[in-house]
Design a protein around this ligand. Sequence first.
Ligand SMILES: *Cc1c(COP(=O)(O)O)cnc(C)c1O
Length: 394
Amino acid sequence: MTKDTAGRGRRTQAVHAGTRRSQWGEVSEAMFLTQGFVYDSAEAAEARFTSLGEDEFIYARYGNPTVRMFEDRLAALEGAEAGFATASGMAAVSGALTAMLKAGDHVVSARALFGSCLYVLEEVLGRFGVEVTFVDGTDLAQWEEAIRPDTRAVFFESVSNPGLEVVDIEAVSALAHAAGAMVIVDNVFATPVFSRAIEQGADLVVYSATKHIDGQGRGLGGAILGREEVIRGPVETYMKHTGGSLSPFNAWMMLKGLETLDLRVRAQTATAQHLAEALQGGGLERVIYPGLENHPQHALAMRQMGCGSTVLALDTGSREAAFRFLNALEIVVISNNLGDAKSIATHPASTTHSRLPDAQKATLGITPGLIRLSVGLEDPEDLLGDLQRGLAAI
Ligand SMILES: *Cc1c(COP(=O)(O)O)cnc(C)c1O
């Protein structure tokens, strides 16, 4: 039994979309911890392998009822026709790219990327004969110049990790589509709640569900979303045969995470905005937050997401100041996840982006004093007090 939620609001979709009930009529979605499925006869097995019907499954690497519920619910929230759930955000990023590309193709990518995304674009694709041109994602003239008639895809994080540069999905998509290239957007920071990436022109949207979708730091997951013929076509074919599928247990966790995603990210964003405003001009070199008017892409962030979302970046001025700041915190934890209920501070230069040469760190805005702050669900005034403790230690 599936529930039709087409045309409903996002919070209704987040709670009900994609639900499939067994003959028992359970309220909470069932967790189908099974790799395989039993067939009534040899003929039935043959029939299922040769034409897989709706609500039919063969093997959990190909699909599973709990995983399908998560895929359908997330696709409904995103306004995408379909989704394929992956074992992690990086399985989604690398899967989307490798499923769609072949040797000889050309890709244009924004330069400011999460460390692992940069590895895939810079190292992996090149090894398989894909040429990648990197541009400043915020400069449309650079995109226009780099996109060529043989460009097969463009890739960018709609809000970059950790520099919080915002890329114009609509404008870059128009340039890419004019050249016949597809648009692949890593939309982690925008979250499915603030995202309208498909409507704005993205062909494939990828998420790390590990971040806001789980939202409670429990497990890894991801998803690739897009048109039915692309997802159930080349993306699913590639993913199911290469093995980056999401486990049913993690899919169940992410499915339940979606139910509260809207409430959580709106509360986290309200606190992030409050903290950004309160910290401005208070002893930091820079407070970087797309929700602040002084952010270079503030107007774009408002148009694209309607807010600054849940992460800010604070430049403390030096590595020593950043470490003193971090070591003085009593509530915010030092870690490297984001989107969690717990506020998390990261020093990218010495952790997530430590492998990059200093010159590259500088072009990406990863200064020695930069701290990425993922704002959680704690009381805003407790968090402000904690950050002021950090500032006092500088
Ligand atoms: C965390 C992250 C990823 C990778 O997700 P995992 O679930 O850790 O594999 C990809 N892109 C961005 C922007 C991220 O923040």
